[in-house]
Design a protein around this ligand. Structure first.
Ligand SMILES: Cc1ncc(COP(=O)(O)O)c(C=O)c1O
Length: 384
């Protein structure tokens, strides 16, 4: 009865089952996989957020496939604060970054066409690709005093069916940004092969060093830059994101006209959220301040605890919400994660969730509440 694109293995794995059991046991859980900012103890300006959702203009239906102008202006103003100019005509609003991906996949790919995607990386994209009949082909990142794109392997992965390259800036969970020389090469590869760049910048603002440059005005190849308030303002429940199109003028216009049609088919954004967008985007200031202070404190705690051991090290991280730990491969990363959960009440993601090679990696969330993080890392060290 069902389309083969939905032939997924939907069985829960051992670790997820163990997590369910742990939750029902009522025991305290130190969740070092925490990624939901609304459950991590950050303070939100609740009155301002609630007020922003009550604009009387919500009672009027004014469909615009690209999204309400006032909301697109707020997004453009966000980039202006990054010293980037993006015209509101080059922006399309979506309910989530995932929806923005879907629009771009539908725009670029016929069934079976390919997109290159970094590995290790975030696992959500496999399902998105399946739903859109797109084949994802991995290009490796390698670690050598920091993460780099293996440009040689990336070029080897290109086939006549390759329609674009996905770049996550900074990548989840490796936390590295694309470097200017890598961006220049990506532009050159994409324009020479008539391919697009798809830049996912949901974590752009969470740089531990100097602010990093956005792809939003990248003009040397057709570029789709996406982000949203789910990470930027820590408001994933609000469902407000966007897609910015840049590149050589003619191809950019054509892409925008087609995307506008795709967006018009769904008109998925509701009026209250679009009217609230300027306030919700403004909320990022106080959210990011708290988040960065949490992440810095957790990283310092991690380093302090790791200073006492040679067994585990952490990989360099430039931004984002996660850290990657390198551990001795004495058992599978899944077995270790299970033991940590069942015996020590610590939950984290084993590296294979993100396609790290071998059993030598664990991923920990740096946004977990500081006390949980402190205790959780201590217990991990006692077990490895
Ligand atoms: C790299 C990356 N892109 C996109 C998303 C999804 O974002 P959204 O909530 O806007 O769909 C996530 C969610 O964790 C992510 O890590």
């Amino acid at each position: 009865m069902f389309a083969s694109r939905t032939d997924w293995n939907l069985k829960t794995n051992r670790l997820t089952e163990a997590l369910e059991q742990h939750k029902s046991s009522g025991r305290r859980l130190l969740d070092l996989s925490a990624s939901n900012p609304t459950e991590c103890g950050f303070k939100y300006d609740a009155p301002a957020i609630m007020r922003s959702l009550c604009a009387p203009a919500s009672l009027q239906y004014q469909p615009d496939p690209k999204g309400l102008k006032s909301a697109r202006q707020a997004v453009s103003a966000y980039y202006a604060e990054h010293n980037e100019r993006i015209a509101i005509d080059d922006l399309i609003l979506t309910a989530s970054t995932s929806e923005a991906y879907s629009f771009v996949f539908r725009l670029l790919c016929n069934p079976g066409d390919e997109l290159l995607i970094p590995t290790p990386g975030y696992p959500l994209f496999d399902f998105l690709a399946d739903v859109n009949d797109v084949k994802l082909v991995r290009y490796p990142l390698f670690y050598d005093h920091g993460w780099h794109i293996d440009m040689h392997a990336l070029k080897q992965a290109i086939t006549p069916s390759t329609q674009g390259i996905i770049i996550v800036h900074p990548n989840n969970p490796t936390g590295h940004f694309a470097k200017p020389e890598e961006i220049a090469q990506l532009n050159q590869i994409c324009s020479a092969n008539k391919m697009a760049i798809i830049a996912d910048e949901v974590f752009l603002d969470f740089s531990f060093g100097a602010p990093q440059k956005s792809f939003v005005a990248n003009a040397d190849a057709l570029t789709f830059t996406m982000s949203g308030i789910s990470k930027i303002s820590g408001l994933p429940q609000m469902k407000f994101a966007w897609l910015a199109v840049s590149g050589p003028e003619n191809i950019k216009r054509e892409a925008l006209a087609r995307l506008e049609m795709i967006a018009d088919t769904y008109l998925s954004l509701n009026a209250p959220i679009q009217l609230a967008a300027p306030v919700l985007l403004q909320q990022r200031k106080q959210f990011q301040e708290q988040l960065m202070s949490r992440v810095r404190a957790n990283l310092a705690e991690l380093d302090a605890q790791l200073a006492g051991t040679r067994q585990i090290s952490r990989l360099l991280v430039e931004g984002g919400w996660y850290a990657v730990l390198r551990i001795p491969a004495t058992r599978t990363d899944e077995e270790l994660a299970l033991e940590l959960l069942e015996k020590l009440d610590v939950y984290l993601h084993p590296g294979h969730y993100y396609d790290f090679p071998g059993d030598r990696y664990l991923v920990v969330s740096l946004i977990a509440p500081e006390r949980d993080f402190h205790e959780g890392i201590g217990r991990i060290l006692s077990a490895v």
